[in-house]
Design a protein. Structure first.
Length: 1134
């Protein structure tokens, strides 16, 4: 993830020295002596100072000091100018409540009005520039909180949105959109409300997180604003924040310190080297906790209660130490809670060099049986890992072994097969540099997202083809799928912990329980120690079936490992209010240990009979997905209903339960938004609870999750405000409740859903769905197979395109309801189109596409219907029909033809007759670009190739000249008339652009400054002068003045997204360039201001763009042609 540089820029609050300062300005308008405001029509905003003061007071609880405005001071702009450049301020919040006004002329500048209703001398963009334009000087990390009309203009400034997130020092939280009004001081009131909730602990962030993540604050503030709108029945209003890529991580921004930071268990405070292991997917805390054996009694893992399994531990340690030892595949198996993870935890803690010293308290008592450090050991905790996740983790660790930086983790950047193949290549490269084997240790394989896929695509090939250089140690519950892995190798060993001899198991259990009882609690007192030994012995003998009555037979899924059972029972015994020193009482208590999971849980829950919510919480958490369920989501599904009123559980009451009575059963981690996640501490417990839950339990949980999401005025869920957990995992909860149809039928949810999670669920879901759900699922799978992280807007557009292609009208209507673009139509082409052109024929807009296999199709732009049948050229003496690479259109009144070319000759098509008119041999030359020239004495075709371009007489069917001088492939051609003379603009793949005088055959201008290869050119007239737009593989778009021969504009979004095609549009009278990109994106550029106006995303690379006479933008991509329409008011930026 891309992280902000906020920590480094934040002074003492992020690594340096400085203060936290808030400047809160309530700029009400000053009335004259007659009580009138200085400008008619403006609300005086008399309460603005009150709300500014409230924000300052709220921030004082987050380590901010208020900057006191001198009495009578009127130059507020000067105050802000001084603070944004102050050398002793580390973190600054500038909060303004007042009036905002946009500058005329579309300059994208927002001004704040002073008390005299006049603009402050500096725009908000000017303040941002004074921060961002001086990277070599100190500037406070600054958040502008703007409760003014049109505030969003400052948040979406084009140049700032293009800036690298990691380098930004100025951020904006705006009350409303760039063209919208703000009402009722809502942003200020909502912010105060949210901050107070955090300060009072009614909302909380995990104590291991230093700052409340900015995105979390934005979401809560947006929710509070919407609640104000609903309560006051006012006009709609939505906040806007600084634009960032969807995958950007803002957790390091230090604007909002976490009030609960530091109130955390010791194991959460990890040294940097161990914290890095967590980032690499090792999950060191998991292995430390399991090896410690302290979780069942809620103690620190450092106390180290591991005991037993001495022979198993010694054998595995010797195998690790002896790098050439057989077998190359070892599998540790057994029922849940039998000690698989504890055994592997000891190996990991002692064997990983970064963990060994830190975890010494765990293994020093058995130092003679644990392995030595192993710098060729890579480790994965597979719980909820996908194949891609596991491959990335293993690859990152291997690169670290080779002292190479891990690649950034971007979900969905490649297919599973590609990622596995890349891992094998990396492994081979490392093995070529060293013949020492690498040992891969994987715990909880059965708890991964798709064990079968991981075995087939990763582990089986490793065991089959890389045996020797790679050794595998895997822990998993008994599973027939593991047999495939074992079939890859003759040399393997299975260590089944369920087959331990009863006498050995009894001794190991006795030592474990004795240590638990002797470390703390009532059995540490001298008179009680003997009773503790008797209790430990009775528990061990009962669980190991030594003497006494044999355990009642139960199904496998109700059996729990003896060590986990013993730990939970000891916790129950220690929590009892009565403890007897008598031997017979201790033995009786020990013999009462339950031997199956239902009896064990029922026994322990009886201690909490006064907490009716506990069982409901544990049932909900049994269904928790991923790393766990957040507190806020859990609160949303819990109803405490002693009065029949269906009241929701107060958050503080839930917190008390989670921190106390429920703690024994829970494992904790942290969500990306900083909230604490909870799940049941052991998979075996969760499995039993899920199987014991009724269908009503599952349905209630799902309905509670749905109802916890805020709704709009039409009662539609606002999914963008839902917790990340719901955005990611709601489909699985819906499937559990037999309600997946409802989720799939909600097009707005499909936009927010995590593709990697939903696609994995759909791949394995075989229950019948409704017709609409099936259609939506098919469109989703078509749209999002293996996509890189993209914005929600792009997701919506890509899914809408898929819906139009499949004629899924309900889904299309749902999606376009919130889009600035509409897909008028989209149609599959006969072959993947490589070129696109637009023209008017018989007063109707038309289009033409040329494809990979030489076919040409003509289209009616209004209806999207093909005109006639696809036409393919045939001819004797010509090269085999191949990819069309260039197109030119002659649309004169007497000569109407479409000409195409590539490496198979030149073909002339007659759109009126829908047929191939003529074929001309190009003598094997490749046509990389074309342009049509109609002059008095005939029709000339310009054909670009290597070094320059040829001039062809179409009537004679021969080349009559050429202009050369580029020294590279000419991939783009355009023509323009200037002062009655014809000029040709040629762009080459070496970045050279030349303007040729067609009549004299000489170069009129060399346009200097185009970076990288030129792929597209288009001519436009601005202010009466001819200009040309150029674009290329570096993704930069240029505007050139053809008369002066100079560059006027350089336009880029800093993404380096290669431009494949270019067209000109005049939507709403604005001069626009339309670029198609390799990523599948279409971008509209304002050629007056040089700014990006809007974008539209397709699922594959754009191969052509064109504009039609009816303001339609045509685009081709993969095997599709589509017609797009942009809502004209939206190009203003709202």
């Amino acid at each position: 993830m891309e992280k902000s540089a906020g920590v480094e820029a934040a002074g003492r609050h992020g690594g340096g020295s400085g203060r936290r300062v808030v400047l809160a300005l309530g700029l009400s308008l000053a009335r004259d002596e007659d009580g009138l405001a200085p400008r008619l029509g403006l609300d005086p905003l008399a309460n603005a100072p009150v709300h500014a003061r409230a924000v300052a007071q709220a921030l004082s609880g987050f380590e901010y000091e208020e900057f006191a405005v001198p009495p009578g001071h009127a130059d507020y702009g000067q105050l802000i100018d001084g603070l944004v450049t102050s050398p002793d301020v580390a973190v600054l919040i500038v909060h303004v409540v007042g009036h905002g006004e946009l500058a005329d002329g579309g300059s994208e500048k927002l001004y704040i009005l002073g008390q005299d209703a006049m603009r402050l001398r500096q725009s908000v963009a000017g303040w941002i520039e004074s921060i961002e334009d001086h990277p070599d000087r100190h500037r406070p990390l600054t958040l502008f909180i703007l409760d003014v009309c049109y505030a969003g203009e400052a948040a979406v400034t084009a140049w700032h949105a293009r800036m690298d997130v990691a380098q930004r020092r100025a951020w904006v939280l705006a009350a409303t959109g760039p063209r919208d009004q703000a009402f009722g001081y809502r942003l200020s009131r909502a912010l105060v409300h949210v901050l107070d909730l955090y300060r009072r602990g009614e909302l909380r962030i995990d104590p291991s997180v230093r700052y409340i993540p900015a995105n979390t604050v934005w979401r809560e503030v947006e929710t509070a604003v919407r609640e104000l709108v609903a309560r006051e029945e006012g006009l709609p209003q939505s906040i806007v924040t600084s634009l960032v890529p969807s995958h950007a991580d803002l957790s390091a921004l230090p604007f909002f310190p976490n009030p609960g930071f530091g109130e955390t268990a010791p194991e959460e405070q990890l040294p940097p080297a161990i914290a890095l292991l967590a980032d690499l997917g090792v999950d060191p805390v998991h292995f430390m906790r399991r090896a410690g054996g302290a979780e069942p009694v809620q103690r620190d893992w450092r106390e180290g209660y591991f005991s037993g399994r001495r022979d198993d531990l010694s054998r595995l340690s010797n195998w690790l130490d002896s790098e050439r030892a057989d077998p190359v595949v070892r599998v540790v198996t057994g029922k849940p809670g039998v000690g698989k993870s504890a055994l592997l935890g000891m190996l990991v803690c002692a064997g990983l060099p970064d963990l060994r010293e830190f975890t010494k308290p765990l293994w020093h008592g058995v130092a003679d049986t644990v392995p030595g450090t192993n710098d060729r050991l890579v480790v994965v905790h597979a719980r909820h890992m996908s194949l891609n996740d596991m491959v990335w983790s293993l690859s990152a660790q291997l690169r670290r072994l080779e002292s190479a930086a891990p690649e950034p983790l971007l979900a969905g950047t490649s297919s599973s097969e590609q990622s596995a193949a890349s891992f094998f290549i990396l492994l081979q490269e490392i093995q070529q540099r060293s013949d020492r084997p690498i040992t891969i240790l994987i715990d909880s394989l059965d708890e991964s997202d798709d064990p079968e896929k991981i075995i087939e695509a990763l582990l089986y090939p490793l065991a089959r083809r890389h045996a020797g250089p790679v050794r595998l140690l895997i822990a998993t519950r008994k599973d027939i799928r593991v047999n495939l892995l074992l079939a890859a190798q003759n040399a393997y060993e299975i260590l089944d912990l369920d087959t331990t001899r009863p006498s050995e198991l009894c001794e190991d259990l006795f030592v474990y329980v004795k240590r638990l009882l002797a470390a703390a609690g009532p059995y540490t007192a001298g008179p009680m120690r003997r009773a503790g030994i008797n209790l430990a012995k009775a528990i061990a003998e009962r669980l190991a079936d030594i003497g006494g009555e044999p355990a009642d037979p139960v199904p496998d899924y109700l059996r729990l490992g003896e060590f986990l059972t013993a730990g939970v029972y000891v916790n129950h015994a220690l929590s009892s209010t009565v403890h007897s020193a008598l031997a017979e009482d201790a033995i009786r208590l020990g013999c009462a240990v339950p031997q199956n999971l239902p009896d064990l849980l029922e026994m322990d829950l009886q201690r909490h009979g006064d907490q009716p919510l506990l069982q409901a919480i544990l049932t909900a958490l049994a269904f928790a997905q991923g790393q766990g369920m957040p507190e806020t989501v859990l609160a949303g599904v819990m109803a405490f209903d002693p009065t029949g009123q269906g009241r929701k559980v107060p958050l503080k009451a839930l917190y008390r339960l989670l921190d106390n009575e429920a703690r024994l059963y829970l494992s904790r981690s942290v969500e990306e938004d900083g909230t604490t996640l909870y799940r049941l501490f052991h998979r075996g417990v969760a499995d039993w609870w899920r199987q014991s839950a009724s269908s009503d339990d599952r349905t209630r949980l799902y309905q509670g999750l749905i109802e916890s999401v805020q709704r709009d005025e039409h009662a539609r869920p606002l999914w963008h405000l839902a917790a990340p957990y719901l955005q990611r995992h709601l489909p699985q909860h819906a499937a559990d409740a037999d309600c997946l149809d409802q989720v799939l039928e909600d097009g707005d949810y499909l936009v927010i859903a995590d593709p990697s999670v939903l696609l994995a669920l759909l791949a394995h879901f075989d229950e019948p769905l409704s017709e609409q759900a099936e259609a939506n699922a098919a469109d989703y799978e078509h749209a999002f197979t293996e996509r890189e992280p993209i914005s929600l807007e792009s997701r919506r557009q890509i899914l809408a395109m898929s819906a139009v292609l499949s004629e899924n009208r309900p889904l299309q209507m749902t999606l376009e309801r919130s889009m600035r673009w509409a897909v008028r139509w989209a149609v599959a082409t006969a072959s993947p189109p490589t070129v696109l052109g637009a023209f008017t024929m018989q007063n109707r807009p038309c289009a033409v596409t040329g494809g990979y296999f030489g076919s040409v199709e003509f289209w009616d732009v209004c209806s999207g219907k093909i005109l006639g049948e696809p036409v393919v050229g045939r001819g004797r003496g010509l090269l085999t029909v191949s990819e069309i690479q260039a197109i030119a259109i002659f649309d004169g009144p007497e000569y109407f033809r479409v000409v195409t070319g590539g490496d198979g000759g030149i073909r002339i098509w007659n759109p009126l007759a829908d047929e191939l008119d003529r074929e001309i041999s190009n003598r094997g030359a490749v046509a990389t670009s074309m342009a049509a020239v109609q002059i008095a004495d005939g029709h000339r075709l310009l054909v670009g190739g290597y070094g320059g371009f040829g001039i062809w007489d179409l009537v004679a069917g021969e080349q009559i000249g050429e202009l050369v001088g580029h020294g590279a492939w000419v991939d783009a051609l355009a023509t323009v008339q200037m002062k009655d003379f014809l000029y040709v603009i040629a762009g080459a793949d070496n970045g050279r652009i030349q303007v040729w005088d067609f009549n004299s055959g000489t170069v009129f201008h060399d346009l200097i400054g185009h970076a990288g290869s030129v792929t597209a050119l288009a001519v436009i007239h601005l202010d009466g002068h001819p200009h040309v737009v150029s674009a290329g593989k570096r993704g930069v778009v240029y505007l050139w003045d053809l008369v002066a021969g100079v560059r006027r504009l350089e336009m880029t979004d800093c993404q380096g997204d290669a431009v494949t095609s270019l067209a000109i549009s005049d939507l709403d009278g604005r001069a626009l360039a339309v670029t198609g990109h390799q990523s599948g994106r279409i971008t509209l550029w304002d050629l007056t201001t040089g700014t990006c106006v809007s974008t539209f995303s397709l699922p594959a690379a754009v191969t052509g763009v064109a504009t039609s006479s009816d303001d339609v933008i045509l685009v081709t991509s993969a095997d599709v042609i589509a017609a797009l329409v942009l809502d004209v008011p939206s190009i203003g930026g709202t």
